[in-house]
Design a protein around this ligand. Structure first.
Ligand SMILES: [Zn+2]
Length: 78
């Protein structure tokens, strides 16, 4: 189970599945552009609820650390 969730935020279900997935592939967009390194693309921890199918993506630790200084990423002020 993901360290981030114990139940689905959509339906409340507890049957959650997770795995690590690359944030960019050869034929798709690089969803965490600028947050990886030359050698390593950032990964997502993806969580899928077996009950309703709700899916969440969490950027990995290194991607999170790079966010404040990464080119092209704008902080949404509250
Ligand atoms: Zn659910």
């Amino acid at each position: 189970m993901s360290p981030y969730l114990s139940s689905c935020p959509c339906c409340g279900g507890s049957e959650l599945y997770t795995r690590k997935i690359d944030s960019g592939g050869a034929y798709g967009p690089n969803l965490l552009s600028g947050l990886g390194s030359f050698w390593r693309s950032p990964k997502f921890d993806v969580v899928v609820c077996q009950e309703c199918g709700h899916t969440l993506f969490f950027a990995d630790q290194r991607a999170k650390e790079k966010l404040p200084k990464a080119k092209g990423w704008r902080r949404i002020s509250s």
